[in-house]
Design a protein around this ligand. Sequence first.
Ligand code: PMP
Length: 283
Amino acid sequence: MISDIAWADGSFVRCDEMSLSPATHSLSYGTSVFEGIRSYGGNIFKCEDHVERLRRSADVFGHTVPYSNADLTNLCYELLKVNKLADAYIKFLVFYDDSDVSFKAQGCSSKVVAIALPFPSKSASEPYRLATATWRRAPASCHPYQAKTSSTYALSYLSYHQKAVGYDDVIFLSTTDTVCESSGSNVFFIKGDDLFTPTTDLALAGITRRVIIDDLCPRLNVSVTERDISYTELESFDGAFLCGTAMEITRISQIDEIRYKTSALVGALATEYHNLTNRRSAP
Ligand code: PMP
């Protein structure tokens, strides 16, 4: 359930007083971009990285975001304050208005809005069971995977609903049978004490993924390799996990018929991540 007050193009507004034209360009043509950000105890984790990614996503679709990263960061804190939230998920959306009903968006203005919802930090969670998605990820030349655009999630939606029974999520493969990511998280595999993760050619360059590679692995003295991982290789791994802003670090217990055991390394990474996100620091 989203909180009562949203931020829209410079002002705080009650969500129940907002409206959207049915001719909104981005509703028809998938030209909106968004960002999901977490606050832990009132401290927003990696806020600068998220607002910077929002800007890069917006740039891909030619959106204008007339606010500095500092403005966007400040409004995130204001949004938490007006909604009296400490542990929260903040979602930005940038979309084209209704000035052009054709796909060209000629004369359309970009709208920038943000909402928040209560989102408690989980210290432990049930492992995820994944099924491979019925839809494949198109080659990198066919889709802007580094923009967090709504159109990427159309296949997440379709695939999840086609394979949801008995599974928690889907994992996407490329047209050459390499592993990409889940519907909304990056993925890592474990062999011995080493981690392996797909490159970001066909996956979002996740901020949590980066934290794992740059901060957590060096702390735990774990090596990590970014490379293509084929589907046939999956049964050779000892363990696996998903990671993302909402997902945090969640162990994978199964992909199709392949089972993965509990892993001390996933537990150690999840603890380090929890300590990092819940660390008290100035905004
Ligand atoms: N891949 C996809 C498709 C996602 O939606 C997300 C969530 N933003 C991620 C990966 C993980 O990214 P992050 O760690 O930046 O949340």
